[in-house]
Design a protein around this ligand. Sequence first.
Ligand SMILES: Cc1cc2nc3c(=O)[nH]c(=O)nc-3n(C[C@H](O)[C@H](O)[C@H](O)COP(=O)(O)OP(=O)(O)OC[C@H]3O[C@@H](n4cnc5c(N)ncnc54)[C@H](O)[C@@H]3O)c2cc1C
Length: 291
Amino acid sequence: MFPAHIEEYVRPTSVADALAANARYEDGEAMFIAGGQSLMQAIKSRMARPRCLIDLQAIEALKGIGFEQGLRIGAMTRYVEIAGDERLRGAYAALRDAAAHVGDRQVRNRGTIGGSCCWNYVASCTPAVVLGLGGTFNLVAASGARRAVPASEFLIGPLETARRPDEMLESVAFAPVAGRAGSAYRKWGLLKDALPVVGVCVQVTLDAAGVCTAARVSLSGLSAGAQMATAGDAALVGSKGEPAALERAFAAIADSADVQADKWASEAYRQQLIRTLGADVAATAFARAVV
Ligand SMILES: Cc1cc2nc3c(=O)[nH]c(=O)nc-3n(C[C@H](O)[C@H](O)[C@H](O)COP(=O)(O)OP(=O)(O)OC[C@H]3O[C@@H](n4cnc5c(N)ncnc54)[C@H](O)[C@@H]3O)c2cc1C
């Protein structure tokens, strides 16, 4: 389907100009467009009917990956850049895992971390990984007011975030992780690189002896959207990633996760995926732990 009539298309080169264009319209009448990989489908199906599209592609300030005081990824940074950045290792490696397997090459060449998280599609990978790595969303309003919202508060539920209509996402940030840390993400879908039936993100921090001192696990592919899973913490923390400890951790997570049956998979199938995929992903996270 062709989109319904759109009255205005603007392509600003600064965040301030983009926010000023947004402020000329009532809430929701203007929409930012990043890679267009989700929004264009929504516009064509009339699920979204913006009067104005504000294209963020020409705003250089929203692009790029920086490592000052942790990690900061501009909202307009594309999957292909994240997947190809070899500096994203150890604590941040899960971001590359996810970005490298989103959709097909076109989606990865166009889609952005900001678009994915602001859309917060029910089964998408990036919101679950940002949540699992304890990320923060940096927002700016037309007034110039800025706020940093933890992923656990920003990602409210499928297609819902804490972003206010007058705000734009500028970047996603991750605090420095003290000590040796490793992370990994993997998903299982009916098609290679398709949206996940289940995806698991694990981040572990280890002491000098290789013993886990902190663990974060998040899940994708569930009907409630990206979720933290804490039921395995007791088995992970204190372990060195021994197979028995990982099996115990992901058995506990599978038993407590709010899994759904749908046309893609039964509840039992999703639970089994969490057990097997989770233990594998955690083993990779332990193996990747670096200072
Ligand atoms: C064939 C296909 C396969 C896919 N497979 C996967 C997959 O396996 N895993 C996965 O996770 N995802 C998958 N996706 C979704 C993909 O990740 C999209 O790219 C992503 O959801 C949207 O990113 P975008 O940059 O294209 O955003 P857009 O579609 O341009 O925008 C999405 C929403 O975010 C808003 N927005 C964008 N940027 C900002 C900003 N800076 N501030 C405020 N609001 C903003 C827009 O207004 C819009 O509401 C797939 C998509 C397709 C088409």
